[in-house]
Design a protein around this ligand. Structure first.
Ligand SMILES: NC(=O)c1ccc[n+]([C@@H]2O[C@H](COP(=O)([O-])OP(=O)(O)OC[C@H]3O[C@@H](n4cnc5c(N)ncnc54)[C@H](OP(=O)(O)O)[C@@H]3O)[C@@H](O)[C@H]2O)c1
Length: 211
């Protein structure tokens, strides 16, 4: 199994890379600064580039069986490039016929299976007002993924992220319907995303996740 990981320098993305290597996968980490990659492994290839550069995206995606995006807003001006970046990733995936795409999102992106309520509306409004670019970009790129012909899964963060160790205890469901917790370990999040690579359970679905 060969996978390409975007956002591989991030706290969640680096856990995806580490756990994928533990599984014996070949991993291509697409990063904008290779000095940030601290993992060394003969099965890890690091491709440095920008999401706007399709040629480098081709190098990173060629021959991959699946793609995981742990990209997410970091509060920098480049956050505004995320949705164009995801559009480029989708375009190269289509060129190469790569179908499986697992993408980090948040519950700011509503799903038709959610049962909306005032608590969720209030939370969305807070993010929309407080971090408008984050809100806009998460919704924009999540919609691009939903509209694509890929076998996508949007893994929507529904809780506060923590650095707790792997427990493999994840709750996945829909807002207002399923019981979700208030915390989510990035390692468990990474593990859940990797579990989806060869599972059809959440294909073309967008579960909200927490511990
Ligand atoms: N903290 C929470 O409780 C919470 C709750 C809900 C959602 N979230 C969101 O969840 C996401 C994942 O969390 P995390 O802690 O793993 O985030 P993180 O460590 O900040 O990782 C974000 C990753 O995205 C990459 N990235 C961002 N913009 C990019 C761009 N324009 N081009 C290329 N790469 C780009 C970063 O690359 P660089 O290393 O090059 O910057 C990094 O690898 C974050 O976006 C966060 O906002 C957090």
């Amino acid at each position: 199994m060969k996978i390409t990981v975007f956002g591989a320098t991030g706290k969640t993305g680096s856990e995806v890379v580490r756990l994928a290597l533990d599984r014996g996968y070949n991993v291509v980490a697409f990063v904008r600064d290779s000095r940030k990659v601290t993992i060394e492994n003969p099965q890890l290839e690091v491709v440095q580039g920008e999401l706007g550069d399709k040629e480098t995206l081709r190098t990173a995606l060629k021959g991959s069986d699946g793609v995981i995006s742990a990209l997410g807003p970091t509060g920098k001006p480049s956050d505004a490039e995320l949705s164009d970046g995801i559009a480029n990733v989708l375009s190269v995936m289509e060129e190469y016929g790569i179908k499986r795409f697992i993408v980090l999102s948040t519950t700011s992106n509503q799903d038709s299976l959610d049962k909306d309520g005032s608590r969720f509306r209030m939370r969305r409004n807070m993010i929309r007002r407080g971090r408008p670019i984050t809100y806009e970009q998460i919704n924009k790129y999540s919609q691009l993924v939903r509209d694509s012909n890929t076998d996508w899964t949007l893994v929507r963060i529904a809780a506060l992220l923590t650095d707790k160790p792997l427990s493999k205890h994840i709750r996945a469901g829909y807002l207002g319907k399923d019981k979700l917790g208030s915390k989510l370990s990035r390692t468990d999040l990474a593990w859940f995303m990797l579990e989806q690579i060869d599972s059809a359970d959440y294909v073309r679905k967008a579960p909200a996740v927490s511990n």
